[in-house]
Design a protein around this ligand. Structure first.
Ligand SMILES: Nc1nc2c(c(=O)[nH]1)N[C@H]1C(S)=C(S)[C@@H](COP(=O)(O)OP(=O)(O)OC[C@H]3O[C@@H](n4cnc5c(=O)[nH]c(N)nc54)[C@H](O)[C@@H]3O)O[C@H]1N2
Ligand SMILES: Nc1nc2c(c(=O)[nH]1)N[C@H]1C(S)=C(S)[C@@H](COP(=O)(O)OP(=O)(O)OC[C@H]3O[C@@H](n4cnc5c(=O)[nH]c(N)nc54)[C@H](O)[C@@H]3O)O[C@H]1N2
Ligand code: SF4
Ligand SMILES: [Mo]
Length: 723
């Protein structure tokens, strides 16, 4: 008889003794063994297995309910700080990520023309041998730098990086320059750290600049926002578009795109002019304040009104309220800050605004030590010295972009132009450059030029469609990954069901490819379980010990000091000597971005709650909840062009053209249109998503911020007319 272990039973066991298990054909060996040993399950019982979500990069803790060898429900793990017992709609729909009828379940080798979508099934040996031999051919003929590599943030990514650095290529494209380079580089320049942590418990006044937290979700932070709103915190939301976050905020300011730095500089101006800043904090912990006063003196609210479209009175009032909230105020630095080539200036102004009210130790803190140092590392030799310059121009053209951030769009363009040399191959893992990079035509042109492309994914994404070899990863519910440290715990991803088809973990794929590339020494683990056991060794733990709880607790470490800024002055650098030496503005200044012509619109992009980037549109559960993709347009702008709701329109930018239906709505500025990203797939292997909507990446023009390397995703102007 099958005993179903209830979620309540699971929770009753408490934070540290949660149990798990499954049955019905497959018992993930370690989970079951440990759970049986703990006397927590009937060896024949189905139940809940703790693991981690991978429907987005936030990686909430999951309790997967398994019955008869199938996952039947996913719920939030209360022990995980990212989920605190909750999963968003995407997390709950993760079942269909695994059971998508369009999953690629065997390695595939292209037989038709590139992009035609004709493949044959192949064995792992054949597909990996072919991939390795093509990569080695390229290395021999053109040098290792002729191979490009790319991947978006994931837990196995450090192991992927062993392939490229072991192989000897400097050319690595991640999502970062399309996402948060402006924010990270500004934080490094000002605070000497990548991203401080925010403490919502202390927030009474919050400015969100294009941070659409209720749709671009981070479960715990989204919940924290809702919590402070319910307690009466004041939230100022700045976005040219009325989003769901705008609807939950105290005030919505429909700012003119690209002018956020003018708004923040004017707030700084008021704080200084009216002597509202925290003098003792500024004197003790910041450097360069004296130069700030002079530099922002012309940035008055009246000046900013003309630029931003937000009234001078509103700006003055917000500055006073922000200052009055003092250490309980926070100007949020955002996440995807890739909007304009001046976004770095906006980010610098935000960091400085926070410093002026002295909110360190209250609403802002150094990010927790992560305890990751407590994990063991897998032995490996030093990487070979790489002498070739990087295709993305880091650091030779972009001195302040950290190597690990890189500039993906510049790598693509460098490869296309052959500047400083041509690329010949591309190995991609867990990423979709056809959709994530601006100017799709250029990406496709590069695909057409390359000798070899291989892609590792779980479905036939658009990039796989153009690949020569497709390598199928097992889904996140079917595999192990390295441990994921969050706060004082290291969380475990473990298989809750048997892999379907021949999908393999990234850890397995990378090691097998590494061996064939002659760099097997970078992958010194027997299997996935051995990898995790090596990570756990310094803590005296084994996978067996943590499988039922789903995490290892780090020993209590030293708390990071609140005031410990790794800048040259060891203070918060309002004036950055580093930027000055590099020939960039050492204090944030107003840099006017390009503006649309008379008949043009700013093209805005932005996430929606029910989808992640470009990877979930084929998910049948999520598909049920989506709106027909349409381009948003203000009624005045529509009337001027005799366009009505649902009309089909042609949208044209400097680099591309699409057709899409219109949504006429007053919830957007008249000078902007908005499209949800993630539609307009090219892969016919995505039978649910194919044919739906259009992609904004067809329209996006490539513009790179010279300081941070961020792509300016709102700096594309389009005309719209009836199709
Ligand atoms: N137009 C436009 N462009 C953008 C953005 C935008 O808003 N609009 N946003 C930018 C931002 S913020 C980001 S972060 C990037 C994101 O850009 P990408 O990283 O390219 O986006 P995703 O769609 O999240 O992920 C890529 C692939 O991961 C695959 N995948 C999912 N799970 C797994 C798995 O378990 N294993 C493997 N191997 N693959 C898996 C999915 O099928 C998908 O094909 O795009 C940037 N580009
Ligand atoms: N549901 C869901 N949640 C997600 C993701 C997802 O794909 N789906 N992706 C995750 C990832 S990788 C990221 S990076 C984050 C991104 O989360 P956010 O940083 O919130 O980014 P977006 O949703 O891309 O864009 C937010 C808003 O910026 C506005 N905007 C555009 N240009 C400007 C401008 O010049 N000024 C101002 N003030 N606003 C502007 C757009 O109208 C949009 O509403 O979300 C994460 N969470
Ligand atoms: S925010 Fe949603 S999709 Fe992302 S990890 Fe958490 S539950 Fe999964
Ligand atoms: Mo992102």
């Amino acid at each position: 008889m099958t005993k179903l272990f209830s979620r309540r039973d699971f929770l009753k066991l408490g934070g540290s003794a949660a149990a798990a298990v499954t049955v019905g054909g497959f018992i993930p060996p370690l989970v079951a063994k440990a759970a049986v040993k703990a006397g927590l399950i009937d060896p024949d019982g189905d139940g809940y297995i703790p693991t981690m979500c991978e429907m987005c990069v936030w990686r909430c803790g999951v309790l997967a309910k398994v019955k008869d060898g199938r996952v039947v429900k996913l719920e939030g793990n209360p022990d995980h700080p990212n989920s605190t017992g909750k999963l968003c709609a995407r997390g709950q729909s993760g079942l269909m990520n695994t059971y998508d009828p369009d999953r690629v379940l065997t390695p595939l080798i292209r037989v038709g023309k590139r992009g035609e979508g004709k493949f044959r099934k192949a064995s792992w040996d054949e597909a990996l041998d072919l991939t390795a031999s093509k990569m080695l051919d390229i290395k021999q003929k053109y040098g290792p730098e002729a191979m490009m590599f790319s991947s978006t943030h994931n837990i196995s990514q450090p192991v992927f990086e062993n392939i490229l650095y072991g192989f000897g290529s400097p050319n690595y494209g991640t999502q970062r320059s399309l996402c948060f380079n402006a924010m990270i580089v500004a934080n490094i320049m000002t605070y000497g750290m990548e991203e401080p942590a925010r403490d919502y418990n202390n927030i009474k006044y919050l400015i969100l600049t294009g941070r659409n937290l209720t749709e671009a979700i981070s479960t715990s932070e989204t919940s924290a926002l809702m919590e402070i709103i319910s307690k009466g915190a004041k939230v100022i939301y700045i976005d040219p578009r009325y989003t769901k976050t705008a609807s939950k905020s105290t005030e919505w300011l429909p700012i003119k795109p690209g002018t956020d730095s003018a708004f923040h500089l004017a707030l700084i101006n008021v704080l200084i002019q009216e002597n509202l800043y925290n003098k003792s904090f500024v004197d003790s912990y910041t450097s360069g304040f004296e130069k700030l006063g002079t530099s922002v003196q012309d940035y008055t609210p009246a000046w900013a009104e003309k630029i931003t479209g937000i009234s001078a009175d509103t700006i003055t009032r917000i500055a006073r309220e922000f200052a009055a909230a003092g250490s309980n105020a926070l100007a949020h630095n955002g996440w995807r800050t890739s909007n304009f080539i001046n976004s770095f200036q906006t980010e610098r102004a935000i960091t400085i605004l926070n410093s002026l009210v002295g909110n360190w130790g209250s609403t802002l803190h150094p990010a927790a030590g992560e305890g990751a140092g407590g994990l063991g590392s897998i032995p490996q030799p030093a990487f070979p010295r790489i002498t070739a310059p990087r295709l993305d121009g880091v650091p030779w053209k972009f001195p302040f972009v950290p190597l690990k951030l890189g500039i993906f769009q510049e790598m693509r363009d460098g490869a296309l132009k052959g500047d400083p040399y041509e690329a010949h191959g591309w190995l991609i893992s867990r990423q979709n450059p056809v959709q994530d990079l601006p100017d799709r035509a250029k990406t496709l042109e590069l695909f057409g030029k390359l000798d070899f492309i291989a892609n590792i994914d779980i479905i036939m994404n658009d990039t796989s469609w153009f690949s020569d070899v497709v390598l199928p990863e097992a889904s996140y519910l079917e595999r192990y990954d390295p441990l994921n440290p969050v706060g004082d715990k290291a969380f475990l991803r473990q298989p809750v069901i048997e892999p379907q088809g021949e999908g393999k973990s990234a850890l397995w794929i990378f090691r097998e490819l590494g061996k064939r590339l002659g760099i097997g020494d970078y992958f010194q683990y027997q299997d996935e379980q051995d990898y995790i056991n090596q990570q756990l060794k310094p803590m005296g733990l084994t996978l067996d010990d943590i499988a039922t709880h789903g995490y290892a607790q780090f020993p209590a470490g030293e708390k990071k000091t609140e005031f410990d800024w790794a800048t040259p002055s060891e203070k918060i650098e309002i004036f950055s000597t580093t930027l000055e030496k590099g020939g960039f503005d050492p204090i944030p200044t107003w840099q006017e971005p390009a503006q649309p012509g008379e008949d043009q619109f700013y093209l805005l992009t932005g996430k929606v709650g029910q989808h992640t980037q470009f990877g979930t549109h084929n998910n049948k559960l999520l598909h049920k909840y989506e709106d027909t993709p349409r381009i948003w347009m203000h009624p005045d702008a529509a009337a001027k062009r005799s366009i009505k709701d649902w009309d089909l329109v042609e949208v044209t930018s400097e680099v591309g053209k699409i057709n899409l239906a219109v949504m006429v709505t007053p919830t957007i500025r008249p000078d902007c249109v908005y499209m949800t990203p993630g539609y307009g797939h090219l892969s016919k292997g995505l039978r649910t998503a194919y044919g739906e909507g259009a992609s904004d990446s067809v329209l996006h023009v490539t513009y790179t911020d010279p300081v941070s390397g961020g792509q300016a995703l709102s700096q594309t102007f389009v005309t719209v007319k009836k199709a």
